[in-house]
Design a protein around this ligand. Sequence first.
Ligand code: F6P
Length: 375
Amino acid sequence: MAEDQNAAKRLKRIGVVTGGGDCPGLNAVIRAVVLGALNRGWEVYGIERGFEGLLHPERVYLLSPQDVRGIIHTGGTILGTTNRGNPFKLQVQEDGFPSDLTHQPEIDVSDAIAAAFHQLQLESLVVIGGDGTLTIANDLAQKGINVVGVPKTIDNDLMATEMTFGFSTAVTTATDAIDKLHATAASHERVMIVEVMGRYAGWIALYSGIAGGADVILLPEIPYKLDAIARKLHDRWLRKRNFAIIVVAEGALPVGGEMTFKKPEDGGERRLGGIAEKLAEDLHKLTGYETRSLVLGHLQRGGQPTAADRLLATRLGAAAVRAVERGEKNVMVAYQSSTVITVPLASAITGRKLVPREYDVITSARELGISFGDE
Ligand code: F6P
């Protein structure tokens, strides 16, 4: 026992990295990791722009309390990030830096990443990321990198954690936008359709739609029928409520139809997007009501994190340091039943946490007359 305690107190050197899309609260996690570790007398190396930063000495540096001063309320990540940084198939330019262009040769630099981790004598790597980044982290764990994951995504779709930081801020941003749309929708007697992020899960649409008082909420989990939405609109006009707000998740789809994707400009991976515009056209044709659409896009990823996200991010970051202290490996810190625990990293990346159709939030919304476009 005494030996265990001494081991925990010995100088540790850890790394911290952010990967995937940015997300409000990332800086709050970094701050908690750095302060928690430095207060234990450890050293923390910041790794810039994802895992491959480990391969570039100028992108790996010791973090001090000054580096994390005044960042708890800022969006983005002081370490930078990329969603093109999979070390198992890294696309590189001639200068060896990762490329944002597609059709570049792919190389596997995972062994070099593992070697760099050991050369730096890091004990653990705190990886702050969503399912893509944590999947890579899990694969790197097989190469001997001790990983402690921190779940990050505005989409809230990660398994094994009831909540991810960033979600509250995204919902708040979307709700603010819906609040603003109400006035213009009512003034012009229009149907306003707002497309929110979330990939294949409808969490942001559901929560912001309810908080913003939307009339129709469309989720990937509940395919919609155009005529059911039209009935809801007619009903509002009959009751002299001559406007409507529709919140649509980017992954929403009609019954028997498909999700809507944007054409990749650069021949790269296709991305969800465009459902609001399509729906506006379809609904206008069907009902004759004037419709307008807007896509909130990356606004949902920016801005100051809400107090709730700062708190969750801080708890997760501090818990990640405790996990390192206990010698836990290849785990993820997770928020469950109002507390932060650790779960096996692998359990976070098997599948996707979708909105359950029988969720009480959906039942409550239906009871208030909100349509999900399905009945
Ligand atoms: O996963 C977060 C997210 O913002 C999704 O909601 C969205 O579909 C996607 O990332 C957009 O990613 P990109 O950074 O490639 O535009």
